[in-house]
Design a binder for this molecule. Structure first.
Ligand code: 6R9
Length: 734
């Protein structure tokens, strides 16, 4: 069945197809306590709003509080090397006004640079963000027909730029590298597109991709886009169970993977994980028919991999002989382009669906202005394609702009903390885009690793994924950029598809820790818990008032969840899940998530997902997970667990519980702290008081606030007394 036909209908809460997949999650929840048995969508919007209200001031990191409370420093826009595409703030204001008052005209102009097989209609934008007015819907470039792969590759080759490098691939090990021109990438994309067609993949079908950062990963995404198939990339750090859940959810019959990969000194056996995932799918009666495996011989030669004849195919053998031309599948602007699963405040990840035309135009436009990008610029985004940043600002945005893209297989600290700057010098990188967690970890290794390298090609430094603390911002700006490069702090989400709030480089003054002002076409608002818009200086729930071109179109298979999650909390607005402050200069300061999502090293992890994995362990009766401030990761994962009657807490059980999370989600979601809790602080109606748990984890038990509703106040003292043991477990390496 084709994705394009199903996306609005599958998996509403009443449908049995969905029930089957949720069984294990529900089972886990049933043991957790009453608050999880009730799905969020059953709550009235007002009840949800007030429930969240309690957390808006407690869930953010302390670091951000400091950023927003301290008198902010301002950094003027005086960078002689950076000549922005937008002359100054006044021109921005003028363009911004047009973008929000005449979106048809503004975004029509922005779309002109692309190839459209058929042009969009005059009035091409229509949307409804108000659940009271009917179903939520978003449509851009109505009537338009295009293809994003054509625009990212063929268009440049046709213009005579086939010899421009598209990818500068840098391997995990120093000295392993490869250059691919636009023409070469197009050849490989066509070969793979032909192969995909040969195994029966059609327009609208989902294809799962579980790959390391080889050029073949963006190539696979582009090949899917070329034939109108919908890619669903799963980050290579996810476990077999997480991969299986994502494959099943979108019913991908074809999986693209690799034998293995080296990350720093660690070998990761991707094929084995993929095999386990396929087995798990089979157990649930879903068959992955074909598995294309890239023989990444340097990390793991094919001789070391299990191989299932009839299902597995070696990439290098199967794809090489296909022709280097492949017909483009021209698709409607609203044709689905990709699915990307992201954590929400319930246990089941959401398949965020983006469509073609609006995503393409918004993505290319933000890339151009955020990074001051021009064709041929050497640009490097360190994100993995398994996350939205790798989709928007590694694969599509830079290629749509004709840039030369560094694709990095390794990690910033291998073989040492100077690797990034060595690579910057090697390729003369002009724009560098990374996450605050990487900046903090490199900062900790000392300035000498940076200063060993020249970095004189750098012009723009970008950051994404979480609030950047002013200290890290300063280091990035002063040490990495030698004070010559503006820092572009980009706030956006998987759901928004592209940058939403960011300082355009060298256009207006920066304030370290603030993402500053909205991009063209974006109208952010701050709401109070009743949904009133706050004016001027204020702090509240960050919502977006209007549709922008790359708004997520649905949660795959569950349009109701899409509406419940993003549009019902505040009718008439898209709710971001973040809190924010607006200062006297109208600058936005993101204060962090206000829902039960933790942002660990820029990766969104739902507390419910981790809890579900913990209670999946047969000794665990109950679990409650909260975030706590972590010096490198931004937030760490702090898990309170109650064991089954008669089971004694031990170091082995602690390790086992961590392993359970690694196996269910992936190593990046492993709890930093397991705190054995004979009892959890609950209200008389049985609700776990997470606010109290957050305070205990943050060592702020003197600020517990009102605990009069606690059923057993003694639990708090018990947890405070046992905290030290949880932080320094016997036998741990910490
Ligand atoms: C692109 C991406 C989205 C969440 C978002 C927010 C946090 C991202 C940020 C930021 C402060 C920034 N976030 N960028 N917070 N300043 N510049 O990261 O997408 O993985 O979906 O995460 O990340 O909390 O809501 P995603």
């Amino acid at each position: 069945m084709q994705l394009s036909n199903r996306s609005q209908t599958r998996c509403s809460p009443a449908q049995p197809a969905c029930d089957r997949k949720l069984t294990h999650v529900r089972h886990a929840y049933a043991r957790l306590g009453s608050q999880f048995v009730q799905p969020a969508y059953a709550l009235a919007p007002s009840a949800r709003a007030s429930a969240r209200c309690a957390s808006v001031y407690t869930n953010r990191t302390v670091m951000c509080q400091a950023a927003s409370v301290a008198a902010p420093e301002t950094v003027p826009a005086t960078y002689p090397n950076v000549t922005p595409h937008i002359a100054d703030r006044a021109q921005y204001e003028q363009l911004y006004q047009r973008s929000v008052t005449d979106p048809d005209g503004f975004w029509g102009d922005m779309a002109e640079q692309f190839h459209w097989q058929r042009k969009w209609d005059d009035k091409h934008v229509s949307y409804n963000f108000d659940v009271r007015q009917g179903p939520i819907s978003v449509e851009w470039y109505k009537g338009g027909v295009t293809n994003i792969c054509y625009n990212a590759l063929d268009r440049h080759v046709a213009a005579g730029n086939g010899d421009v490098p598209a990818f500068l691939w840098e391997g995990n090990d120093v000295g392993r590298d490869k250059t691919m021109t636009y023409a070469e990438v197009l050849d490989d994309v066509c070969r793979l597109a032909n192969w995909l067609r040969s195994v029966g993949v059609q327009k609208g079908d989902a294809v799962a991709i579980y790959m390391p950062m080889l050029c073949e990963l963006p190539i696979a995404m582009l090949a899917c886009a070329r034939i109108g198939a919908v890619h669903s990339v799963v980050f290579g750090g996810f476990s077999a169970e997480a991969l299986a859940g994502r494959i099943e959810d979108c019913q991908a019959r074809v999986l693209l993977t690799a034998s293995g990969v080296m990350r720093a000194n660690k070998k990761i056996d991707l094929k084995k994980i993929a095999d386990d995932a396929v087995k798990l799918c089979a157990k649930n009666n879903f068959k992955v028919e074909t598995c294309l495996v890239y023989d990444n011989a340097n990390a793991m030669p094919r001789s070391e991999c299990a191989f299932t004849p009839g299902r597995d195919v070696w990439w290098q053998d199967a794809v090489a002989d296909f022709p280097t031309t492949a017909e483009v599948e021209w698709v409607d602007s609203e044709h689905p382009l990709f699915l990307l699963y992201t954590s929400g405040s319930t246990g089941k990840p959401k398949g965020v669906l983006h469509s073609t035309g609006g995503y393409m135009v918004y993505n290319a436009t933000t890339t151009k202005y955020a990074f001051n990008l021009s064709p041929g610029d050497v640009y490097w985004c360190t994100a993995d394609c398994g996350w939205i940043t790798g989709h928007s600002y590694l694969t599509y945005g830079p290629l749509l702009n004709g840039a030369t893209n560094v694709v990095f297989e390794g990690v910033p600290t291998y073989p040492d903390a100077g690797r990034c700057w060595e690579v910057v010098d090697k390729y003369k990188v002009k724009q560098f885009y990374t996450a605050p967690t990487a900046i903090r970890s490199l900062m900790r290794s000392g300035d000498s690793h940076v200063q060993k390298h020249k970095r004189d090609s750098l012009q723009i430094l970008g950051t994404v994924g979480e609030p950047i603390n002013p200290e890290a911002w300063r280091w990035y700006h002063d040490v990495v950029g030698d004070g010559r490069c503006p820092v572009v702090d980009t706030w956006w989400q998987t759901e928004t598809g592209g940058h939403m709030i960011l300082p355009l480089p060298n256009v207006w003054q920066q304030k370290p820790g603030s993402a500053t002002l909205p991009f063209f076409g974006v109208v952010p608002v701050l709401l109070d818990e009743k949904g009133n818009e706050l004016k001027g200086e204020a702090e509240g729930y960050l919502c977006i008032k209007n549709a922008w071109p790359s708004t997520l179109r649905t949660v795959y298979g569950d349009h109701e969840r899409y509406e419940t999650n993003y549009f019902k909390p505040f009718p008439g607005y898209y709710f971001t899940g973040d809190g924010a402050k607006r200062d006297a200069d109208a600058y936005y300061w993101i204060t962090g998530r206000v829902d039960d999502v933790i942002n660990v090293s820029g990766h969104r992890i739902g507390t419910a997902e981790v809890e579900s994995a913990l209670v999946g362990h047969n000794h665990c009766a109950e679990a409650a997970v909260v975030g706590f401030e972590h010096p490198i990761k931004g937030q760490g994962i702090y898990a309170y667990v109650t064991l089954m009657e008669g089971v004694e807490y031990s170091e082995d059980i602690r390790k086992d519980l961590i392993k359970a999370v690694r196996n269910t989600i992936g190593a990046f979601a492993a709890p930093d702290v397991i705190h054995w809790a004979p009892g959890l602080p609950k209200t008389r109606s049985g609700k776990i008081m997470r606010r109290v748990l957050r305070k205990i984890a943050a060592k702020e038990e003197d600020q517990l606030g009102d605990v009069s509703t606690l059923a057993d106040p003694g639990v708090v003292q018990q947890l405070v007394a046992s905290r030290q043991a949880a932080l320094n477990p016997a036998g741990s390496k910490k």
